[in-house]
Design a protein around this ligand. Structure first.
Ligand SMILES: [Zn+2]
Length: 349
């Protein structure tokens, strides 16, 4: 898939690099004493085992099969070198998982920890949340170097945070156990979803983005050339989705009210009067306005709308009003991709 890219990157870098092998910094953690090849990314060298990389990645395997050109016959600490174009931070995270069996450094909310198991995902068999930028590195490297185990594990984590079913989405504490994401990381989540064709991530990533749409607008002048994928187009897409979600909240509040009186209601005029009066009061007091946000679009509204007045409704009207609220809420989730003009096959899973 990316073999040719890697090869041309390698050649280009070899040609362009004018600082030479003397300027290479040896990575402190990924510098295995018995490693037999040095992979260099932007002047950071990683001494690793050629066979380990070749076993896991057909891209590395093909890269190693190429006959070295004269310029590439240089060595560092006696090992042949291979130049690649990757960000060394991304590559380092990949090599920590692939190559550093016993000693592995994990970065969790800025703290360096050491673990005996080479994993970003568990510590002493306990699930730990992985920082999004680590996941981003592993997805990009796993994709570029065609390493399914790395790629699938990382994507699986991301899918836990951006699920395709509503009940999982509502359980934020559970989602946050898997990944730590802060604005504007969700822009990169959208990027990797597109890169890896993992489209099921997109609707909830866009939903999260729409919650921060105003913040993104403010950031736009600082981010040139679509840095982090932040473009006017993506903000427009998020804002359109947000407007549609807010419109949905208005419709739902109205539907909760107009579901009363239910056809089987024994006290039609009494229940109708109650609904009508309550809708008017909430409107005049401005309480409806406070509910008009995309956060509310997926929350149940029945209890908020009726409050203690629900006790004065007949059982038929209570049931009818609650049902319409839930049906409409589920429909918002089912149509989430359309809100953001996304095409996601099989949504929701
Ligand atoms: Zn009734």
């Amino acid at each position: 898939m990316n073999t040719q890219d890697s090869i041309s990157d390698k050649r280009r870098l070899t040609e362009c690099d004018d600082s030479g092998i003397d300027a290479v910094t040896r990575d402190t953690d990924v510098w295995l004493p018995d490693g037999n090849i040095v992979v260099i990314a932007r002047n950071t060298g990683f001494r690793v085992h050629k066979s380990i990389l070749a076993i896991h990645s057909e891209v590395f395997r093909d890269l190693f099969l190429l006959p070295p050109s004269a310029a590439e016959e240089e060595t560092l600490d006696g090992c042949p070198v291979v130049w690649v174009s990757d960000d060394p931070t991304h590559l380092r995270r990949l090599f920590l998982v692939l190559c550093c069996g016993k000693k592995c450094v994990i970065h969790f909310i800025g703290v360096r920890r050491f673990t005996n198991i080479c994993s970003y995902y568990y510590e002493n068999d306990e699930l730990i949340p992985v920082q999004f930028d680590v996941l981003y590195s592993l997805i990009n490297m796993g994709h570029k170097y065609a390493i399914p185990s790395i790629l699938n594990d990382a994507l699986s984590r991301l899918k836990k945070y951006y699920p395709s079913d509503l009940s999982a989405w509502e359980n934020y504490p559970q989602r946050a156990r898997y990944v730590t994401i802060r604005p504007p990381d969700f822009l990169l989540a959208v990027q990797v979803a597109r890169l890896t064709n993992t489209f099921s991530i997109l609707p909830s990533a866009y939903l999260e983005m729409s919650r921060h749409a105003e913040q993104l607008v403010m950031m736009l002048p600082e981010f040139h050339d679509g840095q982090l994928g932040l473009t006017a187009e993506i903000i427009t897409q998020a804002l359109r989705g947000k407007a549609a979600l807010i419109e949905g909240v208005t419709s739902r509040i109205l539907a909760i009210s107009t579901a009363v009186p239910a056809p089987q209601c024994p006290t039609q005029s009494q229940c109708a009067l109650l609904a009508h009066g309550l809708l008017g009061r909430l409107n005049v007091s401005g309480e409806i306005e406070t509910k008009l946000s995309c956060e509310v679009a997926l929350q149940p509204l029945y209890d908020w709308f009726w409050g203690v007045a629900a006790n004065a409704l007949c059982a038929c009207c209570q049931e009818a009003s609650r049902r319409v609220d839930e049906e409409m809420r589920q429909r918002v989730w089912k149509t989430l991709p359309q809100h953001f003009r996304l095409e996601v096959d099989g949504w929701p899973v």
